[in-house]
Design a protein around this ligand. Structure first.
Ligand SMILES: *Cc1c(COP(=O)(O)O)cnc(C)c1O
Length: 374
């Protein structure tokens, strides 16, 4: 059987080990240390924000973002519906209630029209909005920022999948008051696991460092006036991140080349690539297609997935929308004109192999298998 082709797997370069070795050599294996501080500074500089705090997971950065936004028992958070559960689960950690906002069709992200309906419907109860940039494609951020300002609610940007993507020339992860990125295993760069909280509010970043190290009061003994967490990234893990960051732009251009090869190959086929706005530059983390309506049936995303799997090639369904998840069966969901866009993309869509170690020949094989099904 031919070598496995992955959806998106870690790509290491060697510099990672240099930073990790340095941590060993100086015995800064734990707790914090130079790699953590430098990794935070380097990411903040790359993104163009004032400060950053490294966490053991992107999920934890999001959790502390909700906490800082003041989300508490019974508060509503308006959330992207078509996303990974990690965008929305931490709302529950603070006792908040998720209300899901449907996607638009131009970026697959939060529909500003549906968001406005949610802001009106829950006026007075909404503490925050969390918007994800799905598969590395920036959402309609100007419209979403404007609405959050108008209704005076905190915007949290989940840029976990979109590190290095830009919107009108500005990096994603800078549009929220609080922002999160992820370095999980399959993301555009990885630390094996980890994430970061980003903000221009340096006091907020200090607060996140405090909560993520068990909320210790400044006393010689262990004294606590608040409940904290153990969320801080280790100096070893940060070393991997520093090495990876040197290759972020290279990863992005390889991802883009993969997307464009699919786009060319499928130009005259009844499928559509995951779309983006002309004034945005996605990081093309995952290339996806939806099958056009008139071709659906004889070919389905599941048929494509199984045909690829039979050839040792990994493809994955689109994230199943949050409003379709059993755990959120009782949460409200807001769509425009009764059109359930998230469910439609989920039914007709699939994520294709987007691994940057995939050769052109391997990608040609993937394309040929898919074309053969139509
Ligand atoms: C990966 C991901 C997260 C969570 O990041 P972790 O580092 O895995 O905790 C959050 N939101 C989205 C959209 C993601 O894809």
């Amino acid at each position: 059987m031919a070598e496995k082709i992955w959806l998106s797997s870690p790509t290491m370069h060697g510099e990672e080990q240099k930073f990790v070795k340095e941590a060993f050599d100086t015995n800064w294996v734990a707790p914090l240390g130079k790699n953590v501080t430098e990794f935070e500074n380097e990411i903040a500089r790359y993104i163009g924000c004032r400060a950053a705090a490294a966490m053991t997971a992107g999920t934890h950065a999001l959790h502390l973002a909700f906490k800082l936004a003041g989300v508490t028992s019974g508060d509503v958070v308006l959330c992207s519906d078509l996303t990974f559960a990690a965008t929305v689960n931490p709302v529950s950690y603070e006792g908040g209630v998720q209300v899901f906002i449907d996607s638009e069709r131009e970026t697959w992200n939060m529909n500003p029209e549906a968001l406005e309906e949610g802001l009106k419907k829950y006026n007075g109860r909404v503490k925050a909005v969390v918007v994800a940039n799905l598969y590395g494609t920036p959402a309609k951020l100007d419209e979403i920022v404007e609405l959050c300002d108008r209704y005076n609610v905190v915007l949290i940007e989940d840029a976990a999948e979109s590190l290095s993507a830009t919107y009108k020339g500005r990096q994603t992860g800078t549009f929220g008051r609080y922002n999160a990125i992820s370095f999980n295993g399959n993301k555009i760069i990885t630390t094996s696991g980890g994430g970061m909280f980003l903000s221009d509010d340096e006091e907020a970043v200090q607060k996140v460092r405090f909560y993520s190290t068990q909320a210790r009061d400044p006393a010689p003994w262990y004294q606590h006036s608040e409940i904290g967490n153990n969320y801080r990234m280790s100096n070893i893990v940060a070393g991997i991140g520093r090495g990876q960051l040197l290759h972020l732009d290279e990863h992005k251009s390889l991802k883009k080349a993969i997307y464009e090869r699919y786009e060319r190959a499928f130009a005259d086929m009844p499928v559509t690539m995951n779309p983006y706005l002309p004034y945005t530059e996605p990081n093309f983390w995952l290339s996806c297609i939806t099958i056009d309506n008139d071709a659906m049936g004889s070919v389905t995303p599941e048929k494509i997935r199984l045909a690829l799997e039979a050839e040792n090639i990994e493809a994955r369904p689109i994230w199943k929308p949050m409003h379709m998840q059993p755990v959120y069966a009782n949460n409200d969901y807001i769509t425009v004109n009764g059109d359930d866009v998230g469910a439609d993309i989920f039914e007709r869509g699939i994520c294709l192999p987007s691994d940057i170690k995939m050769t052109e020949e391997q990608q040609e094989r993937v394309i040929k298998i898919i074309k053969g099904l139509f």
